[in-house]
Design a protein around this ligand. Sequence first.
Ligand SMILES: Nc1ncnc2c1ncn2[C@@H]1O[C@H](COP(=O)(O)OP(=O)(O)OP(=O)(O)O)[C@@H](O)[C@H]1O
Length: 370
Amino acid sequence: MTEAAARRAVVPPPRAAAVIAGRLTFETVSHHYDGMASVKDVSLTVEPGEVLCLLGQSGCGKTTLLRIAAGVERQSGGRVLVDDREIAGPGVFVAPEKRGIGLVFQDYALFPHMTIIENVMFGLTALPRADAEREALLALGRVGLEGYAFDYPHELSGGEQQRVALARAVAPRPSVLLMDEPFSGLDRRLRDSVRDETLAVLRETRATAVVVTHDPEEAMRMGDRIALMRKGRLVQVGTAHDLYHKPAELFVARFFSEINVIEGTAGDGEAESPFGRHPAESVTRGAPVDICIRPEGVLVLPAGEGVAGRIVSRRFLGEVDLYEIAVQGLEKPIKARVRGGQSLRPGRDVGLGVEPSDVLVFPRRPTRPI
Ligand SMILES: Nc1ncnc2c1ncn2[C@@H]1O[C@H](COP(=O)(O)OP(=O)(O)OP(=O)(O)O)[C@@H](O)[C@H]1O
């Protein structure tokens, strides 16, 4: 048995203790870097104990918003509050270490020359050493790594190091935990398991958490709610179900799934495509619209039924096949995701239908965001 393994064997597994979750509020927060706006008028409340995923493409301002909450960056306008306490605002700036906010970065940021327990104790310097050790062991227990307390970071896998970073962040019992792309340094298989474990720790500690990600599936898997950002602004905030089924605009719908877009013109409360008439109540008559059909909502039928189409290509994607199907009158082929089994060859004539719940109509924007 190695010395580290022997130490692992004698450390008793500690029990977890909960934190008191705080409410994090951004009130009309704006920020500029060198005169360029990076966050624009963001108002958002993260409820106590909630896991909120801040989702968006690279450069949309997610990290800046976290840095403002953590006190690493000062906003140019608006206020940030934890519960009813203003921590950043005009004339108010609470020091980062006094905010009760924990941070986890994507690169773990562990100190290589310190043992795991020393790394976790780093945020507990205000406590007497014995208390700090006890709290650090409790936090390591939460992430299932109490037996590694006296190892060094290089002796742990990437996933274990990320769990240590999580333990270090929860050890001081922050009322809010901010995580910036915490799983992006891990390979895909490891990412799934570390993400599930992290979510379990967040639930167990009942911490309020904001998790930054650019991956919609990750946001759907983790977030009680998702806040989707574009170019410094919040586009939509809601549950995964809301954003998927009731997207506020085409940008949101496209962020969560590949989508067929057919250009059309709104009629009286509806818009017409080769697939029929689709409800479009909120669009002014005569306005240009995008009729969006999810590929999983396209039904591939026998030739002679529905709308006539011809298979252009077929790609095997495991559980589903992705077809491109030419339809007369449409510039681009329609994409259909069909559960495997049919194996229709290119050139074959088919019929097409659509599931009404997979059709969304939006007023057309002058420029396409993505
Ligand atoms: N230190 C800085 N100086 C100048 N501009 C910056 C700085 N940090 C970020 N920016 C700019 O601010 C905008 C928002 O960046 P931010 O890092 O908040 O976005 P993000 O959504 O977190 O992206 P990523 O996922 O790539 O980190 C971007 O246009 C970025 O180039």
